[in-house]
Design a protein around this ligand. Structure first.
Ligand code: FES
Ligand SMILES: [Fe+2]
Length: 444
């Protein structure tokens, strides 16, 4: 459990909150590049870390991100005209470029120098491998761009990101990725011989009668851990997953590498951005595109409005029990919600509430056991980081040393009792030259 104070510190991300300040030290993935299909395409509203923003691609194809409110009298820049290398407010015509410079202020006399005093808060953007990232922090020169495999491979090796909105706080969403034991429950097939469900991944099967044994290693970029399951033939299956500050995880996904980012729009909405790539080969274009449509088997997305909280809302959601199928639950799967991306996980975390039904879990009420070792470690890492940053201004090492991002998830079958930390060193290293380690014997 956490104290009320630590829970607040961990979860709240708005402007001026300690965690919000820490998260603003990092580049943040915001929207897929495809949302801005060409120069001067329509601007989009966005919301990150509790701030309302407008993103646009200018006439040169450069991405811009500005606060939503025009610095004149606060009209939404969303309605601005996007043309001739800038966004012009629809109300009185003030125009700004991607750097936030006021390039035209037509409501003052031509001789006026008022324009030179006006800026809109603008945030640096990077459009990398089908995803636009934004730096919302205070540094004039942003920190180096992250060097994940997903951000350094050639674009044709990378799929389009798959995105799911969760109508709940980002931390409870992310903690699902740090909790290997849930594979044996929410994601499991009832038995090895049970018929596969009609929709989604057919589930995990685990021959080990005991729960997985977790071993956590804290690092200067976050933490990694193994969940070891005994296969009964003298070997253990180690599922080794990563947490990277401030909200990224990597979990093993076969022969691809994967970056999963849990990006808070605010305290009550967060996107899971799941982005995959093949390190050593081109991602076939049709498959790369299909990844952005991962929820098609469960009805895809609901129509969206111009409110970012309506983006990437799946048709299967808490208002319709996530398309839970009770017959599947009787015959086939431990849970009848389709096992499609993180839909089952979201059903478990989205309804976790605090007082007054706020979708931010009250962690003073929980009871953590040994299977929660990674959840506990990551909370501690984040709380230590946020307290250190508040007290001393010191940021975690991977803000500036982006070589620390060169990690991978791994799965390895090793002899019982083997030194998995040492034996997985290459598997956890994005620069080992090896293909992703991909023994996943328990998906059936
Ligand atoms: S409110 Fe934008 S130009 Fe007046
Ligand atoms: Fe899961």
């Amino acid at each position: 459990m956490l104290s009320h104070e630590d829970n607040e510190l961990l979860c709240r991300v708005g402007p001026g909150t300690p965690m919000g300040d820490l998260l603003r030290q990092y580049w943040v993935p915001a929207l897929p590049s495809a949302e801005f299909p060409g120069p001067d395409s329509p601007p989009k509203r966005m919301r990150l870390l509790g701030e309302n923003l407008v993103m646009f691609r200018d006439s040169n194809g450069e991405m811009g991100c500005v606060v939503e409110a025009c610095p004149h009298r606060g009209a939404s820049m969303y309605f601005g005209r996007n043309e001739e290398c800038g966004l012009r407010c629809a109300y009185h015509g003030w125009k700004f470029d991607t750097a936030g410079t006021c390039v035209d202020l037509p409501t003052e006399p031509r001789t006026s120098r008022f324009k030179e005093k006006i800026r809109i808060r603008a945030f640096p953007c990077r459009d990398v491998n089908h995803m636009v990232w934004v730096y919302l922090g205070p540094r004039e020169t942003p920190p180096p761009f992250p060097r994940f495999e997903l951000t350094t491979l050639p674009p044709e090796h990378c799929a389009r990101p798959a995105i799911m909105m969760e109508e709940a706080n980002w931390v409870q969403n992310m903690e699902g990725d740090l909790d290997s034991v849930h594979l044996d429950w929410i994601h499991k097939r009832l038995s090895k011989d049970a018929p596969p469900p009609p929709v989604g991944i057919p589930g995990f099967y685990n021959p080990d009668p005991d729960p997985p044994r977790l071993d956590v290693v804290r690092t200067d970029y976050g933490a990694y851990y193994s969940a070891a399951r005994r296969l009964g033939d003298g070997t253990d299956w180690h599922r080794i997953n990563q947490f990277i500050f401030p909200f990224h995880t990597m979990i093993s996904v076969g022969d691809m590498v994967n970056l999963r980012s849990f990006v808070p729009l605010d305290d009550h909405y967060a996107m899971l951005i799941s982005h995959s790539a093949f390190p050593n080969k081109v991602f076939p274009e049709d498959e790369a595109l299909a990844m952005a449509d991962a929820f098609a088997p469960v009805g895809g997305y609901l129509p969206r409005t111009n409110d970012p909280r309506s983006y990437f809302n799946t048709a299967a959601n808490k208002r319709n029990d996530y398309h839970r199928n009770l017959e599947v639950e009787r015959e086939s799967m431990f849970n009848g919600i389709p096992f499609v991306l993180n839909l089952q996980d979201r059903a478990m975390t989205e309804l976790m509430c605090g007082p007054n039904d706020e979708p931010l879990y009250d962690r003073t009420q929980e009871h953590l056991g040994s299977s929660d070792a990674m959840v506990i470690a990551v909370r501690r890492q984040l709380l230590n980081a946020v307290k250190r940053f508040s007290e001393t201004g010191e940021v975690p090492a991977n803000v500036d040393d982006v070589e620390l991002d060169r990690v991978r998830a791994a799965t390895l079958v090793l002899p019982e009792g083997a030194d998995w930390r040492a034996l997985s060193a290459d598997g956890r290293n994005a620069d080992s030259g090896l293909p992703p380690s991909a023994d996943v014997p328990l998906i059936i």
